[in-house]
Design a binder for this molecule. Structure first.
Ligand SMILES: NC(=O)C1=CN([C@@H]2O[C@H](COP(=O)(O)OP(=O)(O)OC[C@H]3O[C@@H](n4cnc5c(N)ncnc54)[C@H](O)[C@@H]3O)[C@@H](O)[C@H]2O)C=CC1
Ligand SMILES: O=C(O)C(=O)COP(=O)(O)O
Length: 388
């Protein structure tokens, strides 16, 4: 039996993927083999030695201690693109909210309650205070052209906006998916200088944290509207509040709430709703469950953020999965150890990702615990899994 610990509400459609004869899952479970998580922070968690994998049903993995996981041989997965459409739709909604004063207009309209026959007349009289510009013809800067950024950029082109896209690490697949009408901004400065609206779609990393700050805001157009559906810490809270007070930033729409935002007239705050659609929750949970099942049962890795993708059809009854450092002589030492025990290696594959690598070996014959112990003693080998 495999034990799956769930740390957030995970869509039942994903959980149903786990065969009840082989898996138990619960929000409290002893010795988990794997964790299924959304946004819950795992930074302070103690990991049981039984833990082999963590699947983030979503995109951002800043709630997971990646270095600690890599050093413990825990594979961390996410579900690229599975919730991107949900975020795109809310960003498009936010572009409109930031322009057309929809939220204050709705609040004001509620105040007409009790005016009876005069409501329509009062509405016509009062509406001029809620005039706001159209999106068509305006310039939108999209920072980060991954699963979400591309969808937002392409949708904004269809709304008649002039779109500047910035992503120095754009993947080939993403570049293929981007509308040819999106202008290629070569620097962030180009985005800041030109944009009437800016939307951020990058992960929170040491490079991106605090990227929206007093200095960067100074280079933006006066009265720029900023959307942040990526992570709260990409924007320096004190700096955005000061810029809003000075009207340098007209509106800040964020999915990440802070106490100071709640009553600020320039902020529209949402309670991290970007991915909260049934469709996204299902997509993410199904993808995360599939990734865990294929890893726990076959040692195949797809969509890991700390280890390479390695998938090989099973060709023998016994498989070894070896997580090791990306250094010379690992493969020769692994092969020599397995061969010394008389096990023929029928098929083997190896891939690396930055400092780490993963090797899968389909071997003939039974593999005894001794081989595992011997392999784990080799310097550079972090963890060995056996699949039968
Ligand atoms: N509000 C919500 O509910 C959600 C928020 N998110 C957040 O949005 C982020 C992006 O999500 P996806 O588009 O699905 O991820 P993704 O991994 O497909 O795209 C991220 C893009 O950012 C680019 N990038 C990285 N560093 C950059 C930098 N310094 N400058 C410019 N571009 C850079 C990458 O090259 C990549 O193309 C996630 O990391 C997560 O933090 C994601 C889903 C839901
Ligand atoms: O996928 C992401 O990065 C998100 O921020 C979505 O978070 P959630 O799964 O809705 O808690």
């Amino acid at each position: 039996m495999y034990n799956i610990l769930t740390l957030n509400k995970i869509s039942p459609i994903g959980l149903e993927k786990f065969d009840k004869n082989k898996y138990s899952y619960a929000s409290e479970i002893e010795n988990p083999d794997a964790v299924l998580v959304r946004s819950a922070s795992m930074h302070e968690m103690e990991f049981s030695p039984s833990l082999k994998a963590i699947a983030r049903a979503g995109a951002g993995v800043n709630n997971i201690p990646l270095d600690k996981c890599s050093e413990a041989g825990i594979v961390v997965f996410n579900t690229p693109g599975a919730n991107a459409n949900a975020v795109k739709e809310l960003v498009i909604c936010s572009l409109l909210l930031s322009s057309r004063k929809i939220v204050p207009a709705i609040e004001w309209a509620k105040g007409l309650k009790g005016e009876g026959e005069n409501v329509a007349k009062l509405a016509e009289k009062g509406k001029s205070q809620f005039v706001g510009p159209e999106l068509k013809g305006k310039k939108l800067g999209v920072i980060g052209l991954g699963a979400i950024g591309i969808l937002v950029a392409n949708a904004a082109i269809h709304l008649g906006m002039e779109v500047y896209g910035y992503d120095p690490y754009i993947s080939v697949d993403a570049a293929w998916g981007l509308s040819r009408s999106v202008k290629h901004a070569k620097t962030l400065g180009e985005v800041y200088e030109n944009s009437d609206y800016i939307t951020i779609h990058v992960p929170s990393t040491p490079e991106t944290k605090g990227m929206i700050n007093s200095e960067s805001i100074q280079t933006m157009k006066h009265g720029v509207r900023i959307m942040n559906f990526a992570r709260g810490d990409l924007v320096v809270k004190e700096d955005i509040l000061a810029a809003l007070d000075e009207k340098a930033v007209k509106v800040y729409i964020t999915d990440f709430l802070e106490d100071e935002f709640l009553d600020h007239p320039g902020v529209i705050g949402l309670p991290h709703l970007g991915a909260s659609t049934p469709e996204s929750e299902d997509n993410c949970a199904v993808m995360a469950a599939d990734e865990l099942i294929d890893f726990l049962e076959n040692g195949n890795i797809t969509n890991s953020v700390n280890l390479p993708s390695v998938s090989m059809p099973r060709t023998t009854d016994t498989r070894l999965g070896v997580i090791h450092r990306n250094v010379p002589t690992m493969l020769t030492q692994i092969a020599a150890t397995v061969s010394a025990h008389g096990n023929n290696i029928e098929n083997m594959t190896n891939k690396s990702k930055k400092d780490y690598a993963y090797t899968v070996l389909d071997v003939v014959g039974d593999v005894d615990k001794e081989i595992i112990a011997e392999l784990e003693k080799i310097e550079g080998i972090i963890r060995v899994f056996i699949y039968k």
